[in-house]
Design a protein around this ligand. Structure first.
Ligand code: TUI
Length: 315
């Protein structure tokens, strides 16, 4: 059975994290992934501490296994949520969209295992020094807010730069991607897009169908002008955002206002015209709705088979 330092560090059976996706990753999805032996993660997104507390408590009712909370560092509620996870003694915190250093001493003091998402070697080194137990090296293939480097280039460089375990994210949705990540030096993976089609994922049916129907070239990055590039499935909203971004008469404030609320419109309302359907480049590999347990076990089985038989490929 494939095990790694990630399993031992976090206390999980399989080294698969489910990404903390805004308006997607709630207690129900997180508990399903944790019950399947991976690490389920609740997204704190832009929500306040009351919402996040309810989700943490619900997750604890649904699973006895470890789970995580993803703290989006650009959230207006980040300080209150950072304090809440300490009070609630959440087992694992992952962070995204910024540098978590300011909050790390309190989290570590509370016994929380901190696993930041990093888009570069310098940031990986920095959070390792600050006490992270592992890092998630996320390539630009991911959905949502992204960095510049690809998973293929980023993961081995981060693995060489830090002593702590590295998880790979971005463009991984099956056992082949997982096996490849291990070959690059990763000891675990984080998947977002693949879990959008989990039965326990409560997003609108239109979102699931858009992911299941996606082709290889169907994602697009917008938001570079605002300094926050975001990958989503192409639709009228994304096309309009891209046009506005190119138009010098549109101000940055107007652009930001146009984007506000679009992720919710996609995930909750299934608004195919005005929603932002965040998804990674690997969306086309997601072909059907499946229970989270089946996703985790299928990925593990494929990955183990590939790694076990890799010597057969060498004469
Ligand atoms: O955070 C994510 N993915 C996200 S967050 C999000 S909500 C949002 N929506 C619109 C604009 C911005 C955010 C939707 N998807 N993934 C993890 C991730 N973290 N990707 C990249 C980074 C990152 C970037 C810079 C981590 C650290 C970092 O530090 C440098 C700095 O200058 O802050």
């Amino acid at each position: 059975m494939l095990r790694s330092r990630v399993c031992d560090a976090i206390g999980i059976r399989y080294p698969i994290f489910q990404g903390g996706m805004a308006w997607v990753s709630d207690a129900k999805l997180a508990a399903a992934v944790s019950n399947a032996g991976g690490l389920g993660i609740i997204s704190a997104m832009n929500a306040d501490e009351h919402y996040v507390r309810d989700q943490i408590r619900l997750c604890r009712e649904l699973t006895d296994a470890p789970f995580g909370v993803n703290i989006m560092l650009m959230s207006p509620h980040v300080a209150a949520v950072a304090q809440l996870v300490v009070e609630e003694k959440v087992p694992v915190v992952t962070t995204g969209a910024g540098l978590p250093g300011k909050y790390m001493p309190a989290w570590i003091e509370a016994g929380i295992k901190v696993v930041p998402v990093v888009p570069s070697v310098a940031i990986a080194r920095r959070v390792a020094r600050e006490g992270a137990v592992a890092v998630i090296a996320e390539g630009t293939e991911s959905g949502g807010h992204i960095g510049e480097l690809t998973t293929m280039a980023l993961v081995p460089q981060v693995a060489d730069a830090v002593q702590i375990p590295v998880l790979a994210a971005g463009g991984i949705a099956d056992g082949r991607g997982m096996a490849a990540a291990f070959m690059l030096g990763a000891e675990g993976v984080q998947c977002g897009t693949r879990f959008l089609s989990a039965c326990e994922c409560g997003i609108h049916e239109n979102y699931k169908q858009k992911v299941i129907g996606a082709r290889d070239i169907d994602t697009q990055v917008t938001g570079r002008r605002l300094g926050h590039p975001v990958r989503a499935l192409r639709n009228p909203f994304v096309n309009r955002f891209a046009e506005m971004e190119r138009d010098p008469s549109v101000t940055e404030e107007q652009l930001a206002a146009f984007g506000t609320g679009a992720v919710r419109k996609a995930a909750v309302e299934g608004d195919v015209q005005n929603g932002s359907f965040l998804a990674g480049q690997i969306a086309a590999l997601v072909k059907k709705e499946q229970p989270a347990r089946e996703i985790v076990e299928e990925m593990m089985g494929e990955c183990e088979a590939l790694l076990n038989h890799s010597a057969d490929r060498v004469r």
